[in-house]
Design a protein around this ligand. Structure first.
Ligand SMILES: [Zn+2]
Length: 174
């Protein structure tokens, strides 16, 4: 990972910047997830999300982003489908947004899929705002024994990819 001068005054402290109490690897992988979210096909009625599934040894197992293969795809779901044959108990799911709990387009929410996959830890940049569906994914994961860490330093960066959603809202097609 590259190292830049810390403390450049932007909302994102910058790759390699020191954030008190936050492991460097978490910042690195969460930034990768946010970068992936920029590839999402545009939608006026769903969030653009990126997800990176990382092993306990720090290797990328799989990635995904919203609408990557199908218009209904969620980022975490795409990554999990690609990791179907892998044991994930030591893995961490980095997602640019809180995994969904309520979902209209498919029977399983991402929170349920993460719990079923046996993933022990999820790291997110921000909680899902109630634009299209109620949030609650992080709380559901924690109730199931999954560690959920939120990194608010990167929330602004993750939100900026979705800035268009606050203009011209349309009904729920989540
Ligand atoms: Zn989802």
């Amino acid at each position: 990972m590259s190292r830049l001068t810390p403390g450049n005054g932007s909302p994102d402290p910058g790759e390699g910047a020191l954030v008190p109490g936050q492991p460097d690897a978490d910042l690195h992988w969460l930034r990768q997830a946010i970068e992936l979210s920029r590839r999402c096909p545009p939608s006026a009625s769903a969030f653009s999300v990126g997800a990176v599934l990382v092993s306990d040894e720090g290797a990328v197992i799989a990635t995904g982003y919203s609408r990557e293969l199908d218009p209904k795809d969620h980022a975490e779901e795409v990554a999990l489908a690609r990791a179907a044959a892998v044991a994930l108990s030591g893995a961490t799911m980095y997602s640019s947004l809180e995994p969904c709990l309520h979902r209209a387009s498919r029977p399983r929410s991402c929170a349920e899929l993460i719990i079923e996959a046996g993933i022990g830890r999820v790291v997110i940049a921000w909680l899902e705002p109630p634009l299209f569906a109620a949030g609650g994914g992080a709380a559901a994961l924690r109730r199931a024994g999954v560690t959920v860490d939120e990194i608010p330093w990167l929330a602004e960066l993750a939100r900026s990819v979705n800035a268009h959603l606050w203009r011209g809202l349309t009904p729920n097609q989540n």
